[in-house]
Design a protein around this ligand. Structure first.
Ligand SMILES: [Zn+2]
Length: 370
């Protein structure tokens, strides 16, 4: 009876012990993620303390808050994926536990039958049909067999208590996992909520500031979202020259418009220019739709970019007048020296190929560093 069954059972229990160890490691990793999202929360708290003072800062803070929402959403998704994985591990362990329970029941039943038989009737002619009657050798073997059975029963009792421990440990683990997950989800939800509120507040302040500067934010029924810098990623998905009105923010200069981030930067630049020269910047062209690009291309051959290639079609470029169009004029020099502070540049090509002193554009890379 030297127990192949029991050996198998022990193997299962051992395997389970190592599985539980693995899950503990995973749980530790999960709390590491909580620390990471804690860092995100700290960033948001720091941002909340600082009050934006100008258009560029408002734009940057609104974009940062919006980026924070996306980051937190990603963390939430990763968290849920990790939780699903851990739950699957617990489910797999429970299945194994069930199999071990069934295995134990199979071993326990016949053993208890035999032991009961021996103790009830120890003189039953050396265990009747189980062990053949005979000389002293047989009796000794019988006694040894009985010892085996008793030892085996002890093993089974020990296995059963190990399984019980595993069961309790798994139940605790599953409960802790669920609680930890609910807590982290609630924290991330609250974080996203706070960031969304902050982003909305910033966009509203920004809109008010633009209106003060003479920007008719909702002109031509484009909707108030047209000057929302958190929507520029959506605007960037449209092909050159095909941006809908809803993604074009008006400039203080009537009839001119740019993508929200460029328009906000331009309104700021325009205010600085006005402080310096007493007049707003003269704008001859800004966003150009594809048909407009085609018209310019055929009217001024060699002077306009191939239709569909121009930064005007992305709502990022302006052509300026009022002196700026004259290379090395006071206005040109002032812009050349100051526009970068607002995210605007005079691109390298426009110095020579083709020579376009009037062409200036918003560079999101420069703008994002402000
Ligand atoms: Zn141009």
């Amino acid at each position: 009876m030297s127990s192949p069954r029991s050996a198998g059972l022990i193997a299962v229990v051992t395997a389970m012990t190592s599985l539980v160890g693995g899950a503990t490691g995973a749980a530790a990793h999960a709390s590491g993620t909580a620390d990471a999202s804690g860092a995100v929360r700290q960033d948001a708290a720091v941002a909340a303390i600082k009050e934006p003072t100008n258009l560029t800062e408002l734009r940057r803070e609104a974009q940062k808050a919006f980026q924070g929402i996306e980051d937190a959403n990603r963390a939430l998704k990763a968290r849920q994926k990790q939780f699903d994985g851990l739950q699957k591990q617990v489910a797999a362990k429970l299945t194994q536990l069930q199999a071990a329970d069934q295995e134990l029941a199979k071993v326990r039943r016949p053993l208890s039958d035999i032991v009961e038989y021996i103790y009830q009737d120890p003189a039953a002619n050396s265990m009747g049909s189980f062990f053949p009657a005979g000389d002293g050798t047989t009796t000794l073997r019988t006694l040894s067999d009985v010892n085996h059975i008793v030892a085996e029963q002890n093993n089974v009792v020990s296995d059963a208590s190990k399984l019980q421990q595993q069961r309790e440990q798994l139940a605790t683990e599953a409960q802790e996992l669920r609680a930890e997950n609910l807590l982290q989800e609630a924290q991330l939800d609250a974080e996203i909520d706070a960031l969304r509120k902050r982003s909305n507040t910033l966009v509203k302040s920004l809109t008010r500031a633009l209106v003060k500067l003479g920007v008719k934010v909702n002109a031509d029924n484009r909707g108030t979202g047209a000057c929302d810098p958190t929507r520029v990623d959506l605007a960037a998905q449209y092909p050159n020259g095909l941006l809908p009105k809803a993604y074009l923010c008006p400039l203080p200069q009537k009839g001119e418009e740019l993508r929200a981030d460029a328009a906000i930067a331009f309104a700021d630049l325009n205010a600085a220019y006005q402080r310096r020269f007493g007049t707003p910047i003269c704008v001859s062209d800004s966003y150009r739709s594809l048909p407009e690009q085609q018209a310019v291309y055929y009217q001024r051959p060699g002077l306009a970019a191939t239709p569909g290639k121009s930064n005007h079609g992305l709502g990022m470029a302006v052509d300026l007048c009022g002196g700026v169009q004259i290379f090395r004029s006071v206005q040109f020099n002032w812009l050349e020296a100051n526009s970068k502070r607002f995210g605007f540049i005079h691109p390298d090509w426009s110095y020579h190929s083709p020579f376009e002193p009037w062409h200036w554009e918003y560079d999101p890379k420069v703008g994002s560093l402000l």
